[in-house]
Design a protein around this ligand. Structure first.
Ligand SMILES: *Cc1c(COP(=O)(O)O)cnc(C)c1O
Length: 420
């Protein structure tokens, strides 16, 4: 079985009982399906198999070492956005030359660490950053492989907080005023830089292919223009952003996306890069939580569970919808009306779902929050001094605990209190 399925009403992950995992590891816990992770990766790879390309898994979507290693074993490189993620990717076994370093604010030490490791590419996002990369490379006596992340001013039609394609955002170097072309000429002549090509990433959770087409067409026209000038543009990094169906859990449209990029970039001689995150991991993970209390409200019930906004920030940060179901399917349990599923954190914004139709729930009922495999555990905090949720990965019938729940002793051991 690939992923989360029901058998005789009980929820299974790759054929194993989710309820049994809750008993073993407690709640809240993230549960990841190794089969679903690999199936998503392979479907993505298959959809672009006609192209000369490399997939770099966007580690920020799910940076558990075990998840990165599983995908690296299937051939994935890594797209990283910090020195911390560089360290993770290397420790997880990703080959340095398969790592791409993205992000607007790289520190000197992070640039140096990346060059020391010998990573495949740094995507630069400003003139000032290019200067800095060149300087660090000069000091280290090496040549930095640099691509320019361009801003093509395309609205991805996604939530404002995860849209990066418009000119108004901090991301990329604008193509509109000739700045990107100007800076590409500059990196092509810099003795400490090897110009690796162009990159674009317009945002996340993009389900309509039209914004991709607009962005990629603009990227391609800049690449052709630069080549006509005699500059070398060996690679085009097409970013991530492919969206998933959080509402109905319909399969992700890997094939449609693959057909689009194959039509646009097939046989053009570019080495292509892809940076999918969400589309690989979102539907491969659930957040498992248990009901603590049922509390009647004015016009709805509050279902108070043991997972909170510190475990899964997406509902309150992005107004994101996550499908939530009881782990044990209740037979013919009529909806009791609208419920808010909320956590114990002392904020009104602490909720996993608002205004849902649910059957009657009782104390200790297990709930599965679907679509939690991307931007879930990675965004967790210990707000309210709550230890992070455990993270569990099932691979080929074996259960691996990737991150045990920390004890309060461990949590507090990271602090120093000289005043007691
Ligand atoms: C976040 C990010 C990605 C991954 O985006 P998804 O929507 O998760 O596929 C890829 N590239 C860059 C530069 C990013 O910042």
């Amino acid at each position: 079985m690939q992923g989360f399925e029901r058998k005789d009403g009980a929820l299974l992950v790759d054929g194993l009982s989710v309820a049994a995992l809750a008993d073993q590891f407690g709640t809240p816990s993230y549960i990841y399906s190794g089969a679903r992770l690999l199936a998503n990766y392979r479907q993505f790879a298959k959809a672009i198999s006609g192209l000369d390309c490399q997939i770099h898994f966007a580690v920020k979507a799910n940076s558990a070492l075990g998840v990165i290693s599983l995908l690296a074993g299937a051939g994935a490189g890594a797209d990283i956005v910090s020195g911390g993620e560089l360290e993770r990717a290397l420790r997880a076994g990703v080959a340095a030359e398969k790592i791409i370093f993205s992000g607007v604010g790289k520190q000197d030490a992070e640039i140096a660490a990346a060059l020391r490791a010998g990573i495949g590419q740094i995507n630069a996002e400003s003139a000032a950053e290019i200067d800095r990369i060149s300087l660090v490379a000069e000091q280290m006596g090496c040549i930095a492989p640099v691509a320019l992340r361009v801003n093509v001013n395309v609205d991805p039609g996604s939530h404002a907080k995860i849209s990066t394609g418009q000119a108004s955002t901090k991301f990329g170097i604008p193509t509109a005023d000739g700045q990107a072309a100007h800076l590409y000429r500059r990196i092509s002549t810099d003795p400490h830089i090897r110009a690796a090509g162009l990159a674009v990433h317009i945002g996340s959770q993009i389900r309509d292919l039209a914004p991709f087409e607009a962005a990629y067409t603009a990227l391609l026209s800049l690449a052709e223009q630069l080549q006509e000038e005699g500059l070398e543009v060996p690679g085009l990094d097409l970013g991530g952003g492919l969206g998933v169906d959080y509402q109905q859990s319909q399969p992700t449209d890997f094939a449609g996306y693959g057909a689009l990029v194959t039509r646009l970039f097939g046989n053009r001689g570019y080495r292509l890069g892809f940076e999918p995150g969400r589309s690989i991991t979102a539907d491969a993970g659930i957040l498992l939580t248990r009901t603590l209390y049922i509390k009647p409200g004015d016009d709805k019930q509050f279902v108070i569970v043991d997972a909170a906004m510190n475990d899964l920030l997406r509902p309150t940060l992005y107004e994101a919808f996550h499908l939530i179901e009881p782990v044990a399917e209740k037979l013919a349990s009529a909806p009791v009306g609208l419920v808010d599923i909320v956590g114990p954190v002392c904020e009104t914004g602490d909720y996993l779902a608002l205004g849902r139709e649910m059957g009657q729930l009782a104390r200790d009922d297990l709930l599965a929050v679907f679509g939690a495999g991307a931007y879930g555990a990675v965004m967790a905090s210990t707000y309210n001094t709550r230890p992070e949720a455990a993270e569990i990965l099932v691979v080929d019938g074996t259960v691996h605990c990737l991150r045990p729940r920390r004890s309060l002793d461990d949590l507090l051991a990271a602090e120093i209190n000289p005043l007691v």
